[in-house]
Design a protein around this ligand. Structure first.
Ligand code: HEM
Length: 523
């Protein structure tokens, strides 16, 4: 961490020194060769550059917004290097209020920390804040801005999102329930095979969630030990982890650093190339299949492209299908898996909640397996799902938004291009909305009813609402119901300590690895 920070600081200093040297050498040389006239031009250019540099160093585009003091050159970059960023940003809100600014290079970020303020920006003023920050490295990771998640808000993006949204909806209506049921039953078999011995279930949850997406995307599912699956996961996880590192984000803030050798960046490029090769192979295989899986999203997407008379999709090409597959795989695997792992971890801390859910499942289902349509008759199970989404929103800071025009939030002027960070974790821990916000109390949703569910926003909101929300909700419900119907999760006998509930925050908020035993419930 220390090395990373000093790398950024050194990078910034390097940039300034280089600029000064450039101005000095250029002016001297120019004056001696061209005489006074060109010399004054040079002075003008130099003062222009210095003027821009001074603006870069001192500019505060939102003077009214509170925020921590900004350091020379690096601004508030140090604030962003905290080990658990969502907790740190939430703590800063207690000092600076529910809306504050952070500066990073020449970018101003505005952090939103309450449900009301986040809703104002993302839902009420959605068209002002639907953009994504455009960045050098984001462009590389998103194949030139062609993913839905990182693509900026424009006509092409809207057509892309519409195409994938309708393909997902079609598939939710036709096959999603069966696909998830199949994976839930498969997960059940895997857990049965452990015969109650202590295990870390993280990978099994990842395989189950990933199989839902790969079945939806191209009609394919994998075993845990499949080398193809390992290759796909390791490369997607590497990309997310590398892209989140300061070594990479420094390249966005300080372009001159792109000229220096950067082994981390080289690795990122290699993993992106690997990812594209894997996806290309899948899409080509899918296209060459004789009996294509009718329900696969890939089929719907390719069909959508072919309907050329639909002008909406004219501007979309194979690259959009390719990058949509990347979106679904990245967006839909680690999020759901992390949530399942959090649920088991919390239940180990409060076994009486698990007993209550089990009792409800036995009473309502009378021995059969649950259907998604049973959810209104299973309020205790739903309260558990909501409480885990509240306490550990697995995408705690959503994905950064960008103001596409001058606007305002909570009465503060927000200039175009300001980066907006919706701190969903902070909103879910706001003491003005949630009593005892840091405690795991699913019963709050039974007591608070609809109004407390409305205060939840784990999937964001507005134009950038999570594209997989319906998929995720069905997965969380069915996986949890199947697991708690057939297993009783308890801590291993030889381990005194329960899972650490603080978590490890990156793009996805995950629980630290732990082991659990899962025998069938007694009685
Ligand atoms: C527990 C599960 C999940 C949670 C909590 C979650 C949460 C989120 C959040 C907070 C965002 C950012 C919204 C914003 O920018 O304001 C997001 C975006 C996205 N999610 Fe999810 N997600 C989950 C599962 C999924 C699944 C299963 C899929 C795919 C099937 C998916 C696909 C996406 C995509 C493509 C985006 C980008 C949307 C856009 O930029 O327009 N997510 N998700």
């Amino acid at each position: 961490m220390v090395i990373e920070i000093s790398f950024i600081t050194a990078g910034a200093a390097f940039l300034v020194v280089l600029l000064m040297i450039f101005i000095g050498i250029f002016c001297q040389k120019d004056q001696s060769v061209q005489g006074d006239h060109r010399g004054s031009k040079c002075t003008e250019a130099a003062s222009g550059l210095l003027h821009h540099l001074c603006r870069f160093l001192t500019r505060s585009s939102s003077p009214g917004l509170p925020g921590p003091p900004s350091l020379f050159l690096i601004g508030n970059m140090m604030e962003l290097t905290h080990e658990h960023l969502p907790i740190h940003l939430t703590n800063l809100a207690r000092r600076y209020g529910n809306i504050y600014r952070l500066k990073c290079g020449n970018t101003t970020m505005v952090v939103l920390n309450s449900g009301e303020i986040i809703r104002e920006a993302l839902v009420k003023k959605w068209s002002d804040f639907a953009g994504r920050p455009v960045s050098y490295t984001g462009d590389i990771v998103s194949g030139g801005g062609h993913t839905i998640s990182l693509g900026d808000y424009n006509e092409e993006w809207r057509a892309h999102r519409r195409l994938v949204h309708s393909a997902l909806q079609r598939c939710c209506q036709q096959s999603l329930h069966d696909v998830i049921e199949r994976q839930a039953l498969h997960l059940r078999e895997v857990l049965m095979d452990y015969r109650g011995s202590p295990v870390d279930l993280a990978e099994d949850f990842t395989v189950a969630a990933s199989n839902v997406i790969t079945t939806l995307a191209f009609g394919k599912e994998y075993g845990k030990s499949s080398s193809e699956l390992q290759k796909l996961h390791s490369c997607l996880n590497e990309i997310v982890a590398l892209w989140g590192s300061s070594w990479i984000s420094a390249l966005d803030s300080f372009p001159l650093l792109r000229k220096l050798p950067n082994p981390v960046f080289a690795r990122l490029l290699k993993e992106v190339a690997k990812r594209d090769e894997i996806i290309r192979e899948h899409l080509n295989n899918y296209k060459s299949q004789n009996n294509k899986t009718e329900d696969a999203i890939t089929g719907s997407l390719l069909e959508g492209l072919e309907r050329n008379n639909n002008t909406d999709h004219k501007r979309l090409t194979d690259i959009h299908v390719h990058m949509a597959t990347v979106d679904l795989l990245i967006g839909g695997t680690e999020t759901t898996a992390a949530w399942l792992n959090w649920t088991v971890a919390f239940l180990l801390h409060r076994p009486e909640v698990q007993a209550k859910v089990y009792e409800e499942l036995c009473t309502v289902l009378e021995g059969r397996y649950p259907k998604y349509s049973d959810r209104r008759r299973l309020p205790v199970l739903c309260s558990l799902i909501n409480e885990v989404l509240r306490l550990r929103p697995v995408a705690p800071l959503a994905v950064p938004h960008r103001a596409v025009r001058d606007s305002s939030i909570a009465g503060y002027f927000i200039p175009k291009n300001t980066v907006i960070i919706p701190n969903l974790f902070g909103a879910h821990h706001d003491p003005a909305v949630w009593s005892d916000p840091y405690s795991f109390r699913p019963e709050r949703f039974l007591e608070g009813g609809e109004s407390s569910t409305r205060a939840l926003m784990p999937f964001g909101g507005g134009a950038r609402l999570c594209l997989g929300e319906s998929v995720a909700k069905m997965e969380l419900f069915l996986f949890t119901a199947y697991l708690l119907r057939d297993f009783h999760f308890i801590p291993p006998e030889n381990e005194a300590s329960l899972p650490d509930l603080r978590g490890v925050a990156s793009v996805v908020l995950k629980v630290k690895s732990y082991t659990v035993t899962a025998p069938p419930p007694s009685g």
